[in-house]
Design a binder for this molecule. Sequence first.
Ligand code: NAD
Length: 496
Amino acid sequence: MLAPLTLDPAARPAPAFLGGGPKKLLIDGEWVPARSGATLPTIDPTTEQTLTSFAAGDAADVDLAVAAARRAFEDPSWSAITPYRRSRVLLQIADVLEANAEELATLESLDMGGPIGLTRWFVDHSVEVIRHYAGWPTKVYGQTAPSDPSQLHYTLRQPLGVVGAITAWNGPLLQVAWKLGPALATGNTLVIKPADQSPLTALRFGELLAGTDLPHGVVNIVTGMGRTAGEALINHADVDKISFTGSTAVGKHILEASTGNLKRVTLELGGKSPNIVFADADLRTAAATAALGFCAGAGQGCVAGTRIFVEESVREEFAELLREEMAAYTLGDPFHPDTRMGPLASRGHFERVTSYFDVAREDGATLRIGGEVDAGAGLFVPPTLIDDVTNDMRVSQEEIFGPVAAIMSFTDEAEAVRLGNDTVYGLSAGVWTRDLSRAHRVSAALRAGTVWVNTYGRMTAGILPFGGFKQSGIGREHGTEVLDAYTETKTVMVQL
Ligand code: NAD
């Protein structure tokens, strides 16, 4: 592996936010330590040094935050404001994010290791998402139903109440924005539990809310571990909904926990997405985009296209193009201008990802490109392509969540679809072909929440629904679907 690009430690950014002692919890508009007084460190994965520490919230803190969110939900300062006013507050939130974009991107790169270009995109996207939802408070309608002339029948769309928002470490601010936007647009209140590996941008975001007209208690933030703070939130009897982004294993556990008070649940979970390349495709563009599909964010993306299926006749040609594209993913410090891939987000995750190199070998596969890490070179993993793979091997079926893909081949369309669908996941898929009819046929046949044709990984800021088939999740974020996920429909029948 080439040595990662490094910067002089003195030249690395040190935002003022990192100073001033342990970060606290945001409860009812106040910053307070955890009731237990406990804190946790947050580590810079590039240097493996501690950046700062933050409150290790637990059930006692979650109780306080949920009570604050409930009070805020019932308070007319939030429940009775006009739709225009609610829009205005969301626009203010977008504005404070935008005004502090560079600081937020810097904190994100320090905390989770994404290259600064990627984390700038995370922040810009979050701003767009919040602006998108700022348009909704004035447009969520109920319906008037046909009825006996002596009656008036109609429906109301009403908020659920207190929403627990639990996020993963790979897109920390972005995932908060995806949940907060629709939850607030429809009048809910929130308790956010950020990922314990990368809580900083959510906390800085919480501070920035003080510059808006959002009433106290509408947004609360409780940092801490999943097994303490997260567990308390998912089991809390006064939480009406959990919106979760994270692993399928924890998602299943949340679904079980939701039965206590029949919480509404949205789950955005893992994936093992197929990227299918037919021989008639623009192979150069397909190779460049396929590399991006599993190397962007060092492969720590739920939609990573980690099973690449290539039509047999062009397999070797495509593999060579892919090799060239993968070589452009220079590893290094997220702030180095030439870095295209930063470190993995934590030591534990690095160990897990690299353990798959042995798994691949033991199962008879070949590490065709990459697959080596230098001891002492930090948490950097080079782009890795596994060959001589079958779709039933662990490396083809388990989510690795690093820059590691398997290349396989197929001989006809039916086989491509069968192999593509042969996974417990169903988050996304890619199809590369110049044959328009085939593009639509294969898109319809793939069991995935999003299918990209002659592109990969594009996201809209709220417009199109996003979510998974099968074990990639339940429900959708974005689109008009998300409005249903944050509202109850009430039927009203009036005798005139
Ligand atoms: P994770 O499931 O370990 O953790 C996610 C969040 O859940 C964290 O905040 C964690 O503290 C919390 N948590 C953990 N145990 C909990 C418990 N018992 N009760 C309540 N909360 C708990 O996931 P991760 O490793 O942080 O993230 C990677 C996973 O997230 C991957 O599987 C990835 O595919 C998935 N992901 C999905 C999407 C999507 O939109 N579909 C987006 C990003 C990441």
